[in-house]
Design a protein around this ligand. Structure first.
Ligand code: 5RP
Length: 212
């Protein structure tokens, strides 16, 4: 089974802090994400800088786009992004117009999705979703468990590449053993550590343990 990617989510409040962490941990990960918080603070410049730092890596623009799909996608693409996120509650028209500009559209699943919508996303050619536990839900006591695994498997059966994120720790990874997850996205569990490179290496080792 293909090894899932490891993606770092850079959700710093300043570009300078994000660059410091990216410099350390970026070389260890497979995909580098300009997180929503960073993009709101530093704009498209954050994507441009990450693209310059990592010309060979996949760069994600985590806009969680809700409207003006083609404009936001064009801006992300021009800045150097390969993938861009749209929120699950965006209209099909928004998703379609984003997809017409940037092939790598990822629908971020929060609370507005259902299986009929997911079928429509497939029909318009979207083949990536991000299964997400929100920060706020986790803070309110949600935990990762079998219910999440079952949903992820069903999306995979529908033909989606599924990324998994939201408060991931090393301990969460083994829950998905045997499931062809596309990417594990980790933010604070890497960026909040004193040694982000070592934390990213620990994630890669943990992923390799179960997806040899
Ligand atoms: C927040 C996000 C984060 O980028 C994602 O959840 C990863 O961050 P963390 O591992 O710190 O939860 O999309 O909206």
């Amino acid at each position: 089974m293909t090894k899932p990617n490891l993606q770092i989510a850079l959700d710093q409040n300043s570009l300078a802090d994000a660059v410091k962490i990216a410099h350390l941990a970026g070389p260890v990960v497979d995909i580098v994400e300009a997180g929503t918080i960073l993009e709101l603070q530093a704009g498209q410049q954050s994507i441009k800088v990450l693209r310059e730092m990592f010309p060979e890596k996949i760069i994600v623009s985590d806009t969680k786009c809700a409207d003006a799909g083609s404009t936001v996608a064009q801006n992300s693409k021009d800045a150097g992004a390969d993938f861009m996120t749209v929120i699950d509650s965006a209209t099909i028209a928004t998703m379609k117009s984003a997809k017409s500009i940037l092939a790598g559209i990822q629908v971020e699943l929060y609370s507005a999705w259902n299986w009929d919508l997911a079928k429509k996303w497939r029909e318009i050619g979207i083949d990536q979703v991000i299964y997400h536990q929100s920060r706020d839900a986790l803070l309110a006591g949600e935990v990762w468990g079998k219910k999440d695994l079952d949903i992820v498997k069903e999306f995979i059966d529908m033909g989606f590449k599924v990324s998994v994120t939201g408060g991931l720790t090393l301990d969460t990874i083994k829950l998905f053993k045997g499931v062809p997850v596309y990417t594990f996205i980790a933010g604070r569990a890497i960026t909040g550590k004193e040694n982000p490179a070592a934390a990213a290496r620990d994630f890669q080792d943990e992923i390799r343990k179960y997806w040899a």
